[in-house]
Design a protein around this ligand. Structure first.
Ligand SMILES: Nc1nc2c(c(=O)[nH]1)N[C@@H](CN(C=O)c1ccc(C(=O)N[C@@H](CCC(=O)O)C(=O)O)cc1)CN2
Length: 296
C-alpha cells in the first residue's frame, strides 16, 4: 500500500524556548519584587575547551543573566584532577548564592563523571542527573528533571495536548535523555518502548510509534520509511557532519528530508529540541531557588 502524503509541520523549539525564557524572566522579576533579595543563582562548571561545550556554557551564562538570575562561571583546565573538581562542587554546594549547579558534559577522561554528579547536592542538581533525582522521577515523586527530556515533553504537550494512550518509542537509552524521557512519557500515560542498538527490527518498532523520540547520536540513522504516517517525531540528535565545501553542518538523528510528507510534526535540527535544553535549565534553576527559599 502506498504511504499517504501528509503535510509535515515543523515544531519551532527556538520560538517556544524564547517564550519560556520570557515567562521565567517575568516570574523571577515578580518574585524578586515580592521577596526582596530573591535572585536565583546558577553555577556552570566547564572543564577543558571542547568548542561545542564552550558555546553551550557561554549561551547558558548569557541566558541566565537575561532572565534576571545570577550566573557563576567556573572554567577549569583540561588536566584538572578529579579531586579538585570535587572540591569545587562541594564549595558550590555550600554557597547560599548558588541555587543550581551544572557540570558541563562530557568531562575529560581522567574524571569519573558519575562521581562528580553524585557529589552535587540533589537540591541544587538542576541537570537532574543525580541518582536521587533519577530515582524520584522513576517512582513518580517531585524531582529536578533532566533539561532535554523536559523540553521534549513540553513541546509534545504544547502541540498534541494530552499524550495519554499514545504509543511512544524512544530510540536511545542514555541516562541523560533516553531513560528520563521514557519516564516522563510514562508519567503522561504513554505506552513506552525504549529501543537501542541491540533492538531486533528497530525500523519495525519505530513504525508503531505515534511519538518517535530519536536520541541515538548517529547522524540521520532514522529513515523516512521507519516513521508511521502522521507520527510526531522529536529529534534530539545534534551531529556535526562535513559539508562539501569543507565546513560542517548540523544534522539530527532523523533523515529530515525523508521524513517530509510522512511525519505529522517534526522538530528541525537546529532550532528544535536544542534551544529547549537551556530554557529548561533556567526553569529548573528557578524551581530549585524557590524550593530553597521556601517559596511555593
Ligand atoms: N551538564 C550537561 N551537559 C550536557 C547537556 C546537558 O543538558 N547538561 N546537554 C548537551 C549540550 N547542551 C547543553 O549543555 C546543549 C546542546 C544543544 C543546544 C542547542 O541550543 N543547540 C542548537 C544548535 C547549536 C549549535 O549550533 O551547535 C539547536 O539545536 O538549535 C543547547 C545546549 C551535552 N552536554
Amino acid at each position: 500500500m502506498d504511504t499517504p502524503h501528509i503535510e509535515t509541520r515543523l515544531i519551532d523549539g527556538k520560538a517556544f524556548a524564547a517564550g519560556l525564557r520570557a515567562r521565567i524572566g517575568a516570574e523571577v522579576a515578580a518574585l524578586g519584587a515580592a521577596h526582596p533579595g530573591f535572585k536565583p543563582g546558577l553555577a556552570v562548571v566547564l572543564v577543558g575547551s571542547d568548542p561545542a561545550s564552550e558555546v553551550y556554557v557561554r549561551n547558558k551564562a548569557a541566558q541566565t543573566v537575561e532572565a534576571g538570575m545570577a550566573s557563576f562561571e567556573h572554567k577549569l583546565p583540561a588536566d584538572t584532577r578529579e579531586e579538585d573538581l570535587l572540591a569545587l562542587v562541594r564549595a558550590l554546594n555550600a554557597d547560599p548564592a548558588v541555587n543550581g549547579i551544572l557540570v558541563q558534559l562530557p568531562l575529560p577522561a581522567q574524571i569519573d563523571a558519575m562521581k562528580v554528579l553524585a557529589a552535587i547536592d540533589p537540591e541544587k542538581d538542576v541537570d537532574g542527573f543525580h541518582v536521587i533525582n533519577a530515582g524520584r522521577l522513576a517512582v513518580g515523586l517531585d524531582a529536578l528533571v533532566p533539561c532535554t527530556p523536559l523540553g521534549c515533553v513540553m513541546l509534545l504537550k504544547h502541540h498534541l495536548g494530552s499524550l495519554s494512550g499514545l504509543k511512544a518509542v524512544v530510540v536511545g537509552r542514555s541516562n541523560i535523555v533516553g531513560k528520563p524521557v521514557a519516564q516522563l512519557l510514562l508519567k503522561e500515560d504513554c505506552t513506552v518502548t525504549i529501543a537501542h542498538s541491540r533492538t531486533r527490527d528497530l525500523p519495525g518498532e519505530c513504525r508503531h510509534a505515534d511519538i518517535l523520540i530519536a536520541a541515538v547520536g548517529r547522524p540521520e540513522m532514522i529513515r523516512g520509511d521507519w516513521i508511521k504516517p502522521g507520527a510526531t517525531v522529536i529529534d534530539v540528535g545534534i551531529n556535526r557532519v562535513p559539508r562539501e565545501d569543507g565546513k560542517t553542518r548540523l544534522v539530527g538523528d532523523v533523515a529530515f528530508a525523508e521524513a517530509q510528507g510522512i511525519a505529522g510534526l517534526i522538530t528541525p535540527v537546529p532550532g528544535g529540541v536544542g534551544p529547549m535544553t537551556i530554557a529548561c535549565l533556567l526553569a529548573n534553576t528557578l524551581t530549585a531557588a524557590k524550593r530553597q527559599a521556601g517559596i511555593a
